[in-house]
Design a protein. Structure first.
Length: 272
């Protein structure tokens, strides 16, 4: 016999599945179109009855270099963001710094600044420093996306590290740097991995900085490559969609592999 609670549960499940289907439909259509060699705006069918990898072969030929650039940018930006944010988060969590509250607020405010404002400000500075159209310049710009978020995330996580453990390390003769490296970082591993993953995703999906700070085409990440690709492939969507699928693969794989660390990192920073 169906009780009201059971009926409500089934209705909620059906509704959730419908919402999930709507949200995932663009992903399905992207993969579907990438497998149809003759896919256009009007001829793409609902299912790839004769799947072909020709779109992927062309996408790798045309966009393979851009994928490599994006990988280098994302890895470099992640390394910079984590290297800067980890000690900053520890200092804000455990040291009695003057104006610590205002620093945290300022860090939070930087997350609210529109990206176009930062990009325009960086353009003039990069032009003076000759960092336009350069890999290091884009790495630093993309790192700025992840540093504030990483600081806030890891600070919440490090604030939950018991002070007794830190004091015990100091009693054993460990200095501030040794305590930070040998005690705090291993304990906060999940939070650091979570921050690194989000920094990677921020840098991998960046389009605004790439569009604003590059113009020669010498440094072109995959997001900008797909944008430029649309102009020459408006009648053949298979290579375009295949490029989009390839662009999604690294972030998807990382999310699957780091799912356990993400869940532990987020909940570990939220509860004590």
């Amino acid at each position: 016999m169906n009780t009201p609670s059971t009926t409500r549960g089934r209705c909620s499940t059906v509704l959730a599945l419908l919402i999930l289907a709507v949200l995932l439909f663009p992903v399905y259509w992207m993969v579907n179109a990438s497998l149809q060699s003759d896919a256009t705006s009007f001829t793409t069918t609902w299912f790839p009855w004769r799947p072909s990898l020709s779109g992927y072969r062309q996408a790798l030929t045309d966009q393979g270099g851009h994928l490599l650039v994006s990988l280098l940018l994302a890895l470099g930006a992640t390394a910079v963001a984590v290297a800067v944010a980890t000690p900053a988060a520890y200092a804000l969590a455990k040291f009695r710094l003057p104006g610590r509250g205002w620093i945290i607020i300022a860090t939070l405010v930087t997350q609210m600044i529109p990206g176009i404002v930062i990009a325009n400000a960086l353009y003039g500075t990069y032009n003076t420093l000759h960092l336009l159209n350069s890999l290091p310049g884009l790495i630093l710009a993309d790192a700025s996306l992840g540093i504030p978020f990483s600081i806030l995330l890891m600070r919440s996580f490090m604030a939950n590290v018991p002070s007794e453990i830190i004091e015990a390390a100091r009693v054993d003769g460990a200095g501030t740097l040794r305590t930070f490296w040998s005690v705090v970082i291993p304990i906060c591993r999940n939070g650091i991995i979570t921050a690194a993953l989000f920094s990677f995703l921020f840098a991998w999906s960046d389009f605004l900085f790439a569009l604003t700070l590059t113009s020669s085409g010498s440094v072109t990440p995959i997001t900008l490559g797909i944008y430029q690709y649309l102009g020459s492939q408006t009648e053949q969507w298979s290579p375009v969609m295949a490029s989009a699928v390839l662009a999604c693969l690294p972030s998807t794989v990382l999310l699957v592999l780091a799912q356990r660390f993400i869940a532990s990192g987020i909940t570990g920073g939220a509860v004590k």
